[in-house]
Design a protein around this ligand. Structure first.
Ligand SMILES: [Zn+2]
Length: 254
C-alpha cells in the first residue's frame, strides 16, 4: 500500500506526502512551503526521495529549493515548464512513467489552467494527484490556456476508472458545490454531497479526496453533456466545448 498523507497549509492548500513502506521511498506533491513537510518527514522518520510539481504557480513550487537543499530530493515537473520550476532535475512529458518503489505513476499532460500542467496517475493505487486541473465539483481557472484546452484535459481525467481517488491541491469544495447547485439545482447527487461537505467543513475536516465517479455525478465541468444542465443554461444542443466554455465563464463571476 502507498501511504498518502494530506498536509493542510496556508488558507486552502493541500500538500501530499506519498510513502512506499517497502522501499522507504517518499515523494512530496506541490509543496508551497517547506517546513510543514520537513516536520512530517521528521515525525515519521522518512527521507524525501522525490518532489513532484504539477505546475509553476508559487503555491505549488514555493518550497522546492529549501526542500531540495535540506533533503537532496530530486525534483520532477513538466518538461514544458523547465524554465519556471525552481530546482528542476527531470522534465516529464505525457505518457512518461515515474516510480516510487514498486508504485508507478503515469504522467498525463493537462494544459489549460497553465500551459505546462501535468498530473500524476498511480493506476494500481487508484490515486490521481491533479494539482489545479480538477477540483472537487470544480476545475481550475484559465490562466494561460483556452477553455477548449482545459476541456480536452478534463476529458482525459474523466476517462479514468470511477474508483480513482482525486487528490487536488485546494479545498474549494463548498464554493464549487454552491456553483454546481446554481446550474443544476435538481441534481440529487450534488444535494446529498453538499450535506456531507457542510458537515465535514463544520468539523474543520477535509473534503478531499473525491473520486472520478463522484465527480461524474456532481461536477458541472464533467456534466456539460447533461440535458438538464444545458437546459438550465439555455444552451440546449450546443457542443460540449461551448457548454463548458460558458460554465467556466459563469463560474469566474459567480
Ligand atoms: Zn495554479
Amino acid at each position: 500500500m502507498l501511504d498518502i498523507i494530506q498536509i493542510p497549509i496556508l488558507t486552502d492548500n493541500y500538500i501530499y506526502l506519498l510513502h512506499d513502506p517497502i522501499s522507504r521511498e517518499t515523494a512530496v506533491v506541490d509543496p508551497a512551503i517547506a517546513q510543514p513537510v520537513l516536520d512530517v518527514l521528521e515525525a515519521k522518520g522518512w527521507q524525501l526521495t522525490y518532489l513532484l510539481n504539477t505546475h509553476h504557480h508559487w503555491d505549488h513550487v514555493g518550497g522546492n529549493l529549501e526542500l531540495k537543499q535540506k533533503t537532496g530530493c530530486q525534483i520532477i515537473a513538466a518538461q514544458e515548464d523547465r524554465a519556471r520550476i525552481p530546482g528542476i532535475d527531470t522534465g516529464v512529458i505525457d505518457g512518461d512513467i515515474i516510480s516510487l518503489g514498486q508504485h508507478q505513476a503515469r504522467i498525463i499532460e493537462t494544459p489549460g489552467h497553465t500551459s505546462g500542467h501535468v498530473v500524476y496517475y498511480f493506476a494500481k493505487d487508484d490515486a490521481l494527484f491533479c494539482g489545479d486541473t480538477l477540483f472537487v465539483m470544480g476545475c481550475g481557472r484559465l490562466f494561460e490556456g483556452t477553455a477548449e484546452q482545459l476541456w480536452t484535459s478534463l476529458q482525459k481525467l474523466k476517462a479514468l476508472p470511477p474508483s480513482t481517488r482525486i487528490y487536488c491541491t485546494h479545498e474549494y469544495t463548498q464554493a464549487n458545490g454552491q456553483f454546481a447547485l446554481s446550474v443544476e439545482p435538481d441534481n440529487k447527487h450534488t444535494q446529498q454531497k453538499m450535506h456531507e461537505v457542510a458537515q465535514l467543513r463544520l468539523n474543520n475536516k477535509s473534503t478531499v479526496p473525491s473520486t472520478i465517479g463522484e465527480e461524474i455525478a456532481t461536477n458541472p465541468f464533467f456534466r456539460e453533456g447533461s440535458s438538464s444542465l444545458q437546459k438550465n443554461l439555455g444552451l440546449e444542443n450546443q457542443s460540449p466545448v461551448s457548454v463548458f466554455t460558458e460554465l467556466r465563464k459563469r463560474k469566474d463571476s459567480f
